[in-house]
Design a protein. Structure first.
Length: 168
């Protein structure tokens, strides 16, 4: 849910509104120091790379929604489906997170680990293609990295969200 609020920065939501929504849903403790810094800054004032990074959080949300059984399509090369918006509470309308949390049902650990392994291997393949100067329609490195980050974080609760290693 914290990532959902951060993505709203990209879509022009005022930071005070986002902070209020996070507070009303008791999510303040879920915000990392880096995310807090992002939320304290108007989107237009963020460095260009931070603006790009905020946008890409949507791919991590898509992976987390898959982990929670909210959809079945966690591919290596297709962007988030429009259906994601309906899965999440509306930050704009200040909807509570209760229904999302209630509907979230973790997949079996073995299924999550298998998907992580799949994304790890795809990450290696995509990086190898990049280094070789070739392209493949089978993979999108940016999508893979963001989704893998979410899967790594889910599989290892000791990881700091802002510093999930993505070695290949």
């Amino acid at each position: 849910m914290a990532l959902a609020a951060l993505v709203q920065l990209h879509f022009g939501a005022p930071t005070d509104h986002l902070m209020k929504w996070l507070k009303e849903n008791r999510l303040g403790a879920s915000i990392t120091a880096h995310e807090s810094q992002l939320l304290e800054t108007d989107f237009a004032d963020l460095p260009r790379q931070s603006q790009i990074d905020v946008y890409w959080y949507i791919e991590a949300i898509w992976a987390l929604a898959w982990v929670g059984g909210l959809h079945q399509n966690l591919s290596l090369n297709t962007p988030v489906e429009d259906s994601l918006a309906a899965m999440l509470p509306s930050v704009e309308k200040m909807e509570p997170t209760d229904k999302f949390v209630q509907d979230f049902a973790f997949r079996d650990k073995s299924e999550i680990f298998s998907m992580l392994d799949y994304f790890y291997r795809a990450h290696w393949f995509a990086r190898n293609c990049q280094l070789a100067g070739s392209e493949s329609d089978l993979v999108d490195l940016d999508i893979i990295m963001e989704r893998r980050k979410a899967l790594e974080w889910v599989c290892d609760s000791s990881l700091d969200w802002d510093d999930v290693p993505l070695d290949t």
